[in-house]
Each structure stands twice: as structure tokens, then as C-alpha cells.
Design a protein around this ligand. Structure first.
Ligand SMILES: [Ca+2]
Ligand SMILES: [Ca+2]
Ligand SMILES: [Ca+2]
Length: 487
């Protein structure tokens, strides 16, 4: 099989079928208002909070066995939180729990928060003080209210220390606590803190919409209690917490041909221009992969406005592996370089990064399915799930206010164990194939940097330039600070 530098083979094959579509589906129903504009810094967009009370509170069914034998979970109490489609991306969240009647043996209880459809889940706490499979842990009582939040005050893993300090006859003090993993075999006391934000940040409106579940179980026979009230607070913002977004990819819950996306997903469908229907983009993505024999890289730029300086902490780069259906992200390596000009332009200086250092920090699903244009005859499929790969900013560029006003270029690639190919999708807005200023590049299988264009299906000159999606995280210093030295 020849090297594929872009994933368009399927679309080209389909276009040869010359499918005749009914006139009703030949017009692009999209073209509505996009909630995120390309290339806009999202700094300054207000943070909203959606608060919802849990339904289904009540007694937690007791665990099986005797009071001295713990570790087998009883029937869960599932508390539901129903969310509408919020107009923004999840930035932060917290959960408040009030136990009533008081649970008389706190270590019996485990609480896990599960997003709609089971897309993501996170343990709030569980089996406090238990470090073996059948240990019954601390006997301190659960009352509350307890708020589980990344904004908790130390000590880390504080619920464990609080339970130990309280002793079996007292209540764990009400307050704000970090989340911790459940105790049991292999646990340490106290367990280290975990992060709600790391687990749930970046969730899109269609991923948050629906019923969240707080699953509370009791895994020790004897002592009992109930949940009297539970509250979920979602903090969200248009564009999320990124300070720069090079452009969106969602084209909505329905393809141009009228096919609904699976629950929890939106389509990212290659578009036709509303002003010129009949010609659709044909490149679902461009290889950004290290594969056997070829090291692809892709590049795009961003501009820091006048009177600003940016401190960058991390970046996100979307990618998909065609046909990959696993639950865990497939990637294990990402390299990133940042330049003061295009990577190979004369005079461009490399500011930081190299091709060998792994700055990959993990990835999460974006709830987007990349598909070829459905009007052109492609049947929408679920085989190209887009992931957001998170990358650390190379140390030499991570200083406070490092990025002064000006234009910078990023180039990156990534790897999947076994060197499987994968692709960076393009920025996709409903009813638009390309926008002024689109100028992404790829170092292709000949080792030469080329401008990325889409030739169209059917192939129709002129080809259009494309942009690649990425987001930058950090903070923005303004001219006021430069002038005065303080905020
Ligand atoms: Ca007790
Ligand atoms: Ca119990
Ligand atoms: Ca660009």
C-alpha cells in the first residue's frame, strides 16, 4: 500500500460511484452560527455556572457480609443530574454531598461521578483508610456537606486524614476536599489527590448534555446511611479555558444528508461552500504521524495581539486514527517545536523544542466523528473518533510572558505504538471550505514542507488552503502590567 499523506482514499472511491441524490438533500442545511470563531482568543469570555440538584437521593443499600468483612459492593444508589446543552465547554466542576441519615462507617462508602453515556468517570472518594482488599478502613461518620473540588484547600487527600483524625465515633468535618481514588488492595494511606478538572475539562455541550450519575455504593455489612442531598456544579465557557483556539471542527448533530450522530457525538463533516454547492472538501485529515519509513510533521501559526504577552503552559492537538475503536487514547509520543516564522522559511528561528523530546501528556476524546461530505455520497461512519492530545510547552518557551506581540509557528507530530498512521483533521466550519489566512503546512513523505490544500471533490481548481485545529492554554499579560509592573 502506498504511503498515505492524507486520508482521502475512501472519499475518492465514493466519488467514483456518481451517486445521484434527491434534490431535497442537495442543499447544505448547515451554515448556521458557529459558537467558536476561528483564530479568536477566548480570554475575557465570561465563566458561567450551571447548578443542578441530584434526583434519586435516599438510603444507600448496605453492603453484603458481616461488619468485619468489607470490600464487596452492595447495590449502588444512583443519583442523577440532568443537564441541558450548555453553551460552552467544561472548564471546572464540583460536587456537593450531604449524608442524611449520617453514615456511621464512612469507609463503607464509595462515590463515583459518571458523565452521560459513561464517556468519562471519576472516583470522588471511597473506602477511606482501607489498604487491603477486605479492610474495613476508618469508622468515622459521613455527614457533611462535603464539597469535592480541585479548589479544595490542602492537605492533599484530606478526606483520608480527616477520617483518621475523627476516629470511629465522630463525624468527618464538613468542608472542601480534593477527590481521591478508592482504597482497597494496593492503596496507600492517605491516598494522593486526584483532579476532577483533569478528568472532565474540555467536554463539549453535547457530551455534557444528558444524565450524569453519581454512583454511591456501600461495601461493608452493618453500618448504613443515606444521601440527603447532592449537587453538581458545572463551570463552562464558550471556547473553554484555552487562551487561543485556531478553529472549530463540529458541524453539528446531523450530516448535510440528514443522518443523526450517535448519542454523545457531533459530526465533523467535510464541507461544501454554501456559495458554491456541489464541490466538497475531500481531505478528512493530513498525516501528522511517525510511521515506518516516514516522519510526517504538520505546522500552523498563531498571533499574539499588540499590547499582550502570553505565558503558555500546554497545548492541545486533535488527531484521529481511522478504524480505532479502543476506549483509551492510542498515542504515546508527541514532539513540538515553536518558531518565530514558518519552519523552513529563511530567517525563521527555532525558539524551543525538538523532534526527539516527548511532551505528550495524554489525550481525551472530543466527542467528534470525522466524516467525508455526505452530500457527495459518503455514508457517515463512526470510525474516525477525534482525540485531543495534550502537550507540554517546551521549557525554553514556557517562561512568563515569553510570547510577545507577533506571529509564531508550531510544528508537531505524534506516534502510536506500532507506528500506525493517524491524521490531523482540518478546521471545519459549516458551509465553508476555507477561510482567508488559512496557511497550514505539512512536511510530507518526500521530506519537503508544503502548503496544505484541498483539491475538492470532484477535483475543481483552484484548490483551497486549510487550517489545522489546535488550542493554547496559559495566561495573558496586558499592557497595563507592562506599564505599571503590577495589576
Ligand atoms: Ca462510626
Ligand atoms: Ca454498610
Ligand atoms: Ca494559520
Amino acid at each position: 500500500m502506498p504511503l498515505m499523506k492524507y486520508s482521502s482514499a475512501f472519499a475518492l472511491a465514493i466519488s467514483l460511484l456518481a451517486v445521484t441524490l434527491p434534490a431535497a438533500s442537495a442543499t447544505n442545511p448547515a451554515g448556521g452560527v458557529s459558537t467558536v470563531q476561528q483564530g479568536i482568543s477566548t480570554r475575557g469570555v465570561p465563566l458561567h455556572t450551571f447548578t443542578v440538584a441530584g434526583t434519586g437521593v435516599g438510603m444507600i443499600p448496605d453492603g453484603p457480609g458481616t461488619p468485619t468483612s468489607c470490600g464487596s459492593a452492595g447495590t449502588p444508589l444512583d443519583i442523577g443530574f440532568t443537564l441541558p446543552a450548555l453553551a460552552g465547554e467544561l472548564v471546572d466542576l464540583d460536587v456537593e454531598l450531604h449524608f442524611s441519615p449520617v453514615h456511621t462507617w464512612g469507609s463503607d462508602v464509595t462515590a463515583v461521578l459518571i458523565s452521560p453515556g459513561g464517556l468519562r468517570q471519576h472516583t470522588l472518594f471511597g473506602r477511606l483508610g482501607a489498604i487491603t482488599a477486605a479492610a474495613c478502613g476508618h469508622g468515622a461518620d459521613l455527614a457533611g456537606p462535603y464539597i469535592f473540588s480541585d479548589a479544595a484547600t490542602p492537605p492533599s487527600g484530606g478526606l483520608w486524614q480527616a477520617a483518621q483524625a475523627a476516629g470511629g465515633a465522630s463525624q468527618i468535618p464538613a468542608g472542601s476536599y480534593f477527590t481521591t481514588d478508592s482504597g482497597g488492595e494496593g492503596a496507600v494511606n492517605p491516598m494522593p489527590p486526584t483532579s476532577l478538572v483533569a478528568r472532565f475539562a474540555g467536554m463539549q455541550p453535547w457530551q455534557m448534555q444528558g444524565t450524569w450519575i453519581l454512583r454511591v455504593t456501600d461495601s461493608g455489612g452493618g453500618d448504613t446511611g443515606g444521601v440527603g442531598a447532592a449537587t453538581l456544579r458545572i463551570h463552562y465557557r464558550e471556547g473553554g479555558s484555552a487562551i487561543y483556539d485556531n478553529g472549530p471542527m463540529s458541524t453539528g448533530a446531523t450530516t448535510d444528508s440528514g443522518v443523526a450522530a450517535p448519542a454523545g457525538y457531533h459530526w465533523s463533516e467535510l464541507q461544501q461552500d454554501d456559495s458554491n454547492p456541489g464541490v466538497a472538501n475531500t481531505n478528512a485529515g493530513f498525516s501528522s504521524a511517525i510511521i515506518a519509513g516516514t516522519v510526517f510533521r504538520v505546522a500552523d501559526d498563531f498571533t499574539v495581539p499588540p499590547d499582550q504577552a502570553w505565558t503558555l503552559t500546554h497545548a492541545e492537538f486533535p488527531a484521529y486514527q481511522s478504524g480505532y475503536g479502543g476506549a483509551a487514547a492510542p498515542f504515546d509520543f508527541l514532539s513540538l517545536r515553536i518558531w518565530d516564522g514558518p519552519p523552513t522559511a529563511p530567517g525563521s528561528q527555532l525558539l524551543c523544542g525538538d523532534e526527539a523530546t516527548n511532551v505528550y501528556l495524554g489525550a481525551h476524546e472530543m466527542g467528534l466523528l470525522r466524516v467525508f461530505n455526505s452530500i457527495a455520497g459518503s455514508t457517515p461512519s463512526s470510525t474516525r473518533r477525534i482525540w485531543a492530545m495534550k502537550a507540554a510547552i517546551p521549557a525554553a518557551c514556557a517562561g512568563t510572558g515569553f510570547f510577545g506581540a507577533g506571529t509564531y509557528w508550531l510544528d508537531w507530530n505524534s506516534r502510536i505504538p506500532g507506528m500506525a498512521n493517524h491524521f490531523t483533521p482540518t478546521v471545519t466550519l459549516p458551509g465553508i471550505r476555507s477561510q482567508p489566512g488559512d496557511n497550514a503546512q505539512q512536511r510530507d513523505n518526500t521530506g519537503v514542507w508544503v502548503e496544505l490544500v484541498d483539491v475538492g471533490a470532484p477535483i475543481t481548481p483552484p484548490s483551497v488552503p486549510v487550517a489545522l485545529p489546535f488550542k493554547l492554554y496559559g495566561s495573558i499579560l496586558t499592557a497595563d502590567i507592562f506599564a505599571n509592573g503590577f495589576e
